[in-house]
Design a protein around this ligand. Structure first.
Ligand code: AMP
Ligand code: MN
Ligand code: MN
Ligand code: MN
Length: 282
């Protein structure tokens, strides 16, 4: 079998960030969906890794320790995935703790905005019901609560109407810098990957500046086949990868059986011209 045909799913979330399944439950779902190489990549958090690794080991599924770091670049939020990291690296652990630290007050500000601008009361307490890790309250938890109270029918509608930039519950936030996030991952021995590039609202010129800076900092790969991309974008970003000399990663970005557009392990294989980021690991 070609390495590019491996069922690798290198982007997924557990209850340790904004997913709904425990790491071991997620491992079991990945295995039963045919995943052959799996990474849990919780937002700004590595504390789910020991459970994920042990569960993958018990299931006989190859496992890569990962993380997804929230970054602010040119005023925009960008997600950077670190794969094959040493999750005990002190610089990484400290950097992630710092990145998480603003979430609590941001969440309180979001609740205040939802109350004053949309009349939605007690959203902080409501979101907390969905939180598995008190250090990681995210917009996804608010979205689940807003669905619960009937403000919208789906999580994706909640983002559209309440939580996306410019909407009543959106609170601007400054995350890690690109160079810090890349540095933490590299110092932890990891491979640095741009998550779902098709989701960022950047002009072609800004994209070029971003990819160039990412490459100069030591970034190696971009996600081409992800649950956040359209089929056309699989090809588009495979061409981008070729242009900049990046490897390709593949991951569903699975969070929850209820909200998933693409289940864990259910993505198409990489386009044939893509160079898999896992080629040297398997
Ligand atoms: P936060 O880190 O608190 O800003 O939350 C970001 C998370 O919200 C992402 O990782 C996604 O899981 C989720 N998210 C962002 N935009 C959307 C969207 N349009 N539809 C569904 N989920 C989204
Ligand atoms: Mn998420
Ligand atoms: Mn992301
Ligand atoms: Mn993600």
């Amino acid at each position: 079998m070609l390495s590019s045909e491996l069922n690798a799913d290198l982007h997924s979330h557990s209850i340790i960030s904004d997913g709904v399944l425990a790491p071991a439950q997620l491992a079991a779902r990945a295995k039963s969906n045919g995943v052959e190489l799996w990474a849990l990549t919780d937002h700004d958090e590595v504390r789910g890794i020991p459970e994920a690794r042990a569960a993958a080991h018990d299931l006989g599924m190859r496992y890569i320790p990962g993380v997804e770091i929230s970054v602010t670049w040119a005023g925009k939020t960008i997600h950077i995935v670190g794969l094959n990291i040493d999750e005990t690296s002190q610089g990484l652990v400290d950097g992630l703790a710092k990145t998480r630290s603003g979430r609590e007050s941001r969440a309180r500000d979001m609740a205040a905005e939802l109350a004053s601008r949309s009349g939605i009361l007690n959203a902080y307490e409501g979101a907390l019901k969905y939180v598995g890790n008190p250090d990681l309250i995210s917009r996804s938890h608010f979205a689940r609560y807003l669905v619960e109270i009937g403000a919208c029918a789906t999580v994706s509608d909640v983002f559209k109407h309440y939580l996306a930039e410019g909407k009543p519950g959106y609170v601007p936030h400054r995350w890690a810098t690109l160079s810090d996030a890349v540095g933490w991952i590299r110092n932890a021995g990891g491979t640095v990957v741009v998550a779902h590039p098709g989701r960022y609202d950047l002009t072609p010129l800004a994209f070029d500046a971003f990819f160039t800076e990412f490459k100069n900092l030591g970034g190696l790969a971009i996600e081409t086949v992800t649950g956040s991309h359209t089929v056309d974008q699989y090809e588009e970003y495979t061409k981008v990868a070729a242009q900049y000399g990046f490897l390709s990663s593949r991951g569903s970005d699975f969070h929850s059986p209820q909200d998933a557009e693409i289940d864990i392990g259910h993505l198409p294989v990489l386009p044939s011209m893509a160079k898999p980021v896992w080629e040297t690991w398997v």
